[in-house]
Design a protein. Structure first.
Lengths: 368, 341, 303
């Protein structure tokens, strides 16, 4: 059993641990100062590069893009957070990183370059399967329910090893034991358990073990804390932080919850209607959101601090595949800053000198 | 006014040789829901808060204790006679996707209970349609848009509003909202919370808000009371603001510590706590129920069970032998961490 | 779907008209694909055959001892039987017994099974145990052997007798399935809400539960129908029931045991005709089972 008595923030970005007692402003400032240094150490290269990716679904109404011209870099050794509501295309984007676009979807443009693999979208068959297990670990959205209910966890682990042609099954098991121990679980008990004998948080951890046991260096977590209560969510977040640091991973966390991303991620991307509308270092984006959707989302978030009376709901509703505007800015119907040009064409991506980007005419005007 | 008095509920054990004895879901919980009030029940999953909500709505039986609805003790009534009292307490389900019959339009869904209500009140034919439109307006929906539609054509937020409108058809005293926003898109959650707040003012309905996310409890309005439930008992209670700003029980402090910190606009609290083990409802410790998981447990805690007692002259109550306020809630960036509590 | 929430009165009127049209248009689901249209056509043709078939031919079909087991020809499109009677006429006149008896049995099954299942599922403490004991009893009766025994007493000369006998012993499966569905629906939010709002039990069963179980019952009905057809044909084929009327099962019996159609090819058309009819009906009913699901389920509807 785990005996974590305090939330260790050691793996958190920019070493906020010891400073939290001091004035918060300094801690943040220190964090910003430390970031370039780290990037320097890691040579700044991206472990995963998504370029101009478009994934469209063929529907009775024609070919509709769920992900539209998305470019995103996952910096090596960092946690990137992808925030979006249901229907924003975030899960489709994540599945595309595995070249596993669900039917009837198809990639109509773009590439996904992963370190040591190349363009995933060009892979097929055995090569693709090898890449999925050995390079990219994926923890599925419903991973709490994605275990086979009729087989013990250990047996499923061996199946996974065999299907990847792993010779050293003994080594695989001891790796899994080590990972489970690290996560504060009784490894032998877990491996001998059936799915129903594990709690939601434990299943989530088993999902992470399955994703990492073949030595993946890119970890993708799709909604890792959805349907968990606050305490379990906090412990899962702690584990993600820990395995990320210990295994030198490049991690992508997908969540609808700005809180989870705001706590865990070094960089965050905000997705809306298949577009990434804002991207940048987490602290900078949260402290000074540029895109009106990010601003609206933050203002509409129930928070434990701040004045509850100042919170304002975001008007309208998130669009689904069929109701995404075909022309102009996809957010304009819900946007308080909408201007005539928003109707005409999609706003281009503005990149600023401090490593942030956003796609908004009004915000671009402000920044200039 | 609804009074919950020492309600207990034990679920039968799963039988077999290994696991005898039931799970004590509720061990004697008491609180009052005042008229137009806002009461929140906070706790992790499996703490008994959902069972309590279901008991209040008559969807589950209670073993012991009493439920007093407007002065009428329900324990004194036969189960068949309780129905009219339970009708004053309406449930808002967590999942708006399964809370509406997929085979009927919104118009039909609302017409059923309204028809019943019209007969009770002796109203004529036109009343139903007027009232239906009025209720939909009250929850912020356009009747012309939603009435002819099936539930699957509406977004989660709109569906939850329809669920609330349906609950209001019988003019209830209390709405029991069990995790009512957790399955709704983030950008629409605040709208539902503010709707519940507004309904308190406009219709005079009270809200019992059940959640694991303490932050949402702040948004259902002023004068709220908050009860922290752990393994079927209240371990800390007081006004919502007091408990969030000034928690003294380590379990409450763990819950508040677990809230993610929005870096950049918030700084983590200096004294965050986390339980040392996951919840195990098979253990029955002789002392404090939280002692096996408490990061601050003292030897004495395993000896005796702390009663619910007042915190030195305030309205706040707690069940801890060593109550102590600790800064566990994140503080807005820009404020010194010490000033937050 | 539209993003605007406000509709002009004209738009609303149009929407209402569309939704009304949609209600009647639901029936179009049964002909929405070529496969379904064909299935519908098959069912309609056989239903007409069952209703009107015996009136199209004289009560005693003309026989011709000089032309027995004739291969298909213009005069006899499906050949002739052991006494030279036209096979097509036999198929058409024989459809009534098999199909109507199966339909009667299916209706009995559906009514008793649905009522028992709903009551047992919605009142799991009061009515449930008693109903389920009866259901288990019915399920425990080995239907086919009992029918064999009954046939010695009843002869099953009338198709109503056959239909009732099949139906009375056949509703256990549907009752169990409906009860299981009801028990799970009972936990769903909308049924709990209806109870909490104080709607009467009858109303909850008829408006909340039944429409949600209907696709399930409808699909089951289709499959039960084919099951009953098989059982009947089986009974006649084995010769357990002494035949007083001509029907497809009797034809198969004759083809196999009198004409040795299994070992010789001379009565092939005679053997295959009823078999293909049974096959066509089965395929048609299974195809329509999906349409039934969409018919009741607004989420699956594409029109």
């Amino acid at each position: 059993m785990t005996r974590i008595t305090r939330f260790s923030r050691a793996a958190g970005p920019a070493g906020q641990t010891g400073r939290a007692g001091g004035p918060a402003g300094t801690a943040v400032a220190a964090g910003r100062a430390a970031a370039p240094e780290r990037e320097g150490q890691l040579a700044g290269a991206a472990a995963v590069q998504v370029q101009d990716l478009t994934v469209a679904f063929s529907t009775p109404a024609g070919l509709l893009p769920a992900v539209s011209h998305v470019s995103l870099d996952l910096a090596r050794g960092q946690i990137t957070g992808l925030v979006g509501e249901s229907g924003s295309g975030k899960s489709t984007l994540a599945l595309t990183l595995l070249n596993a676009v669900p039917q009837p979807g198809q990639v109509t443009s773009g590439s996904v370059h992963i370190d040591g693999v190349g363009d995933v979208l060009g892979l097929h068959g055995p090569a693709l399967r090898r890449a999925r297990g050995a390079r990219i670990g994926y923890v599925f959205q419903a991973s709490q329910n994605s275990l086979n209910p009729l087989k013990q966890v250990g047996k499923q682990l061996l199946d996974l090893g065999r299907s990847h042609g792993e010779r050293d099954l003994r080594g695989l098991l001891s790796k899994a034991r080590r990972l489970l121990d690290d996560m504060g679980m009784d490894a032998e008990r877990v491996l001998a358990s059936f799915q129903h004998e594990l709690s939601g948080g434990m299943r989530q951890r088993v999902g992470i073990v399955f994703a990492l046991v073949l030595n993946a260096h890119v970890l993708i977590l799709d909604e890792p804390t959805t349907a968990l209560d606050m305490l379990t969510q906090a412990s899962v977040m702690e584990i993600v932080r820990k395995v990320h640091a210990e295994h030198h991973l490049t991690t992508l966390i997908i969540s609808h919850d700005v809180g989870v991303i705001g706590d865990l991620a070094h960089r965050m991307a905000v997705m809306y209607a298949g577009r990434i509308v804002e991207e940048g270092p987490t602290e900078a984006v949260l402290a000074g959101p540029r895109h009106p959707y990010t601003r609206g989302l933050l203002a509409a978030m129930p928070r434990i601090t701040g004045d509850a009376g100042l919170a304002t709901p975001l008007p309208g509703r998130p669009p689904d595949l069929a109701s995404i505007p075909r022309q102009g800015c996809v957010f304009r119907d819900r946007c308080p800053l909408a201007m005539p040009e928003c109707e005409q064409a999609e706003p281009p991506v503005t990149v600023t000198s401090d490593g942030r980007q956003f796609a908004c005419y009004a915000a671009a005007g402000d920044a200039a | 006014m609804i009074e919950v008095r020492e309600i207990t509920r034990t679920f039968a054990g799963r039988g077999g040789l290994v696991r005898r004895g039931g799970v004590r879901a509720l061990r004697g919980v008491s609180f009052t829901i005042p008229d137009h009030g806002a009461v929140s029940l906070i706790g992790e999953s499996g703490c008994g808060k959902t069972t309590l909500g279901r008991i209040l709505c008559g969807l589950e039986d209670f073993d012991g204790g009493d439920l007093v609805v407007d002065g009428q003790s329900l324990a004194a009534l036969k189960p068949a006679q309780r129905a009219p009292y339970f009708r004053r307490i309406q449930m808002i389900h967590q999942d708006p996707y399964s809370a509406l019959n997929p085979t009927r339009t919104i118009g039909q869904i609302l017409a059923d209970p309204l028809g019943l209500r019209a007969r009770q009140l002796g109203k004529g034919g036109g009343w139903l349609a007027d009232r239906r439109a009025e209720l939909l307006g009250l929850v912020g929906l356009d009747p012309d848009y939603v009435l002819p539609r099936y539930p699957h054509m509406l977004s989660g937020g709109m569906r939850q509003r329809v669920v609330i409108a349906r609950a209001l058809t019988v003019d209830p005293e209390v709405l029991v909202a069990d995790e009512a926003v957790s399955m709704i898109d983030v950008s629409l959650r605040l709208g539902i919370l503010q709707l519940l707040r507004d309904l308190r003012d406009e219709v005079g309905v009270a809200v019992l808000f059940i959640t694991h996310d303490v932050a949402t409890a702040r948004y259902i309005g002023d004068g709220g009371r908050l009860h922290v439930i752990y393994r079927g008992t209240v371990i800390e209670q007081g006004s919502t603001d007091t408990i969030i700003q000034h928690p003294v029980h380590p379990y409450t402090q763990c819950l508040l510590s677990a809230i993610p910190v929005l870096r950049g606009i918030e700084s983590p609290a200096p004294a965050r706590l986390a339980p040392t083990a996951p919840l195990d409802d098979r253990q029955e410790p002789p002392g404090c129920l939280f002692e096996p998981r408490c990061p601050l447990a003292a030897p004495e805690c395993a000896q005796r069970q702390p009663p619910l007692s007042q915190l030195g002259g305030t309205a706040q109550e707690h069940a801890c032998l060593f109550p102590k306020a600790r800064p566990v809630v994140a503080v807005p960036a820009g404020l010194a961490a010490g000033q937050g509590d | 779907m539209t993003t605007t929430v406000t509709l002009t009165p004209e738009q609303l009127e149009r929407a209402m008209r569309r939704s009304r049209r949609r209600a009647t248009g639901r029936w179009r689901l049964f002909v929405s694909t070529p496969g379904r249209a064909a299935a519908c056509l098959i069912v309609v043709v056989f239903a007409l055959m069952a209703i009107a078939g015996p009136y199209l031919y004289p009560a005693n079909l003309p026989i011709n001892p000089d032309n027995i087991y004739a291969p298909p020809s213009l005069a006899h499109p499906l050949g002739t039987d052991f006494e030279g009677a036209d096979t097509l006429a036999l198929i058409v006149t024989g459809a009534r017994y098999v199909l109507l008896a199966a339909a009667i049995a299916a209706i009995i099954t559906m009514v008793i099974g649905t009522a028992a299942g709903l009551a047992a599922g919605y009142y799991p403490r009061l009515a449930g145990p008693a109903i389920m004991r009866v259901t288990d009893f019915v399920l425990a009766i080995p239907g086919f052997p009992v029918l064999l025994v009954l046939s010695t007493i009843w002869q099953f000369g009338s198709l109503v007798q056959m239909g009732v006998a099949l139906g009375v012993f056949g509703w256990g499966g549907i009752a169990r399935a409906v009860r299981a569905q009801t028990l799970s629906l009972r936990e769903r939010g909308f049924v709990e809400a209806a109870r909490g709002l104080g709607l009467p039990g009858r109303r909850i069963i008829s408006t909340e539960l039944l429409p949600n179980i209907a696709p399930y019952i409808g699909m089951n009905l289709m499959l039960t129908l084919t099951g009953f057809i098989y059982t009947e044909v089986g009974l006649f084929f084995l010769g357990a029931v002494s035949y007083s009327s001509s029907n497809w099962g009797v034809m198969l019996n004759n083809a196999v045991f009198q004409a040795n159609a299994v070992t010789s090819t001379r009565a092939l058309a005679y053997l295959l005709s009823p078999l293909i009819c049974i096959l066509l009906i089965t395929i048609a009913l299974v195809t329509l089972a999906n349409a039934v699901d969409e018919f009741f389920n607004p989420r699956l509807r594409r029109i």
